[in-house]
Write a protein that binds this ligand. Structure first.
Ligand code: SF4
Length: 241
């Protein structure tokens, strides 16, 4: 059985596959209060909460994940959550999906990455929480040397997009500039995504920071929701099943 408990599909046809659990404890982790894809409407998320509380949602087997993605014509699946790399079924699942012509893009804290995994996936969003080790421990509960070693190791793989979260009074632009310098020292062509914190998105500060970071790392950006896109389609769990 995998750790997969939730799948949605976007208008583009790509899917987002959510894995349960993480070995870190980030103080701002959105999954501490929301298990479901954030783009789903609140009433639907509350119905899913009820199913979860009643233990009416089961984790999926590899074949069940493959079946759902195939049935819905998915060609690219983002794997996130949660932390997909703690799932022992992750590699067998990706291999099985590749046989069906379905690519995987991994969203990870990077600590448990290895070469086989990097070779298997189409791309990786590698989240760097902080460069300063004390700050990293304060946020996540663990030191950052393993994750940073992996970032160094795979920075030239051509598959990495770096990401960090701008958190007011915790991870602000001075820290993010340090992360950017670290990235530039390894590969100046890496794209760097700065996410506003979901719970307190200080967009103007983030945009100001992006302008500063672009002076040393031009491929720095944030995702801007237009609010005009269609809601994602819930593939699993299905309500009423
Ligand atoms: S690494 Fe990601 S999933 Fe894990 S606790 Fe931190 S924010 Fe949450």
């Amino acid at each position: 059985m995998t750790n997969v408990y939730h799948i949605v599909q976007f208008q583009s046809g790509d899917a987002y596959v959510l894995f349960y659990g993480c070995h870190w404890r980030c103080s701002y982790c959105v999954w501490a209060f929301e298990k479901w894809n954030l783009c789903l409407p609140n009433d639907l998320k509350r119905k899913l909460d009820k199913l979860w509380i009643k233990k009416n949602i089961k984790f999926l087997s590899i074949e069940e994940v493959v079946g759902i993605l195939k049935e819905n014509g998915v060609k690219l699946a983002f794997f996130g959550g949660g932390e997909p790399t703690i799932d022992r079924e992750l590699k067998p699942l990706i291999k099985r999906l590749k046989k069906e012509g379905i690519d995987v893009w991994l969203v990870t804290n990077g600590e448990l990455l290895d070469k086989e995994l990097v070779d298997l996936v189409k791309g990786i969003t590698f989240s760097i929480k902080a460069l300063d080790d004390e700050l990293h421990k304060k946020i996540t509960g663990v030191p950052n040397y393993k994750a940073l070693e992996n970032f160094k190791r795979f920075a030239k793989s051509g598959k990495i997009v770096a990401e960090t979260v701008y958190v007011k009074d915790l991870v602000e632009c001075d820290e993010i500039l340090k992360i950017a310098k670290f990235i530039v020292s390894l590969n100046p062509d890496i794209r760097f995504r700065i996410d506003p914190l979901v719970q307190n998105p200080v967009y103007e500060e983030v945009d100001e920071c992006i302008r500063k970071v672009r002076k040393i790392l031009p491929n720095t950006y944030r995702i801007k929701a237009t609010g005009k896109g269609k809601l994602p389609n819930l593939l699993y769990p299905k309500l009423g099943e």
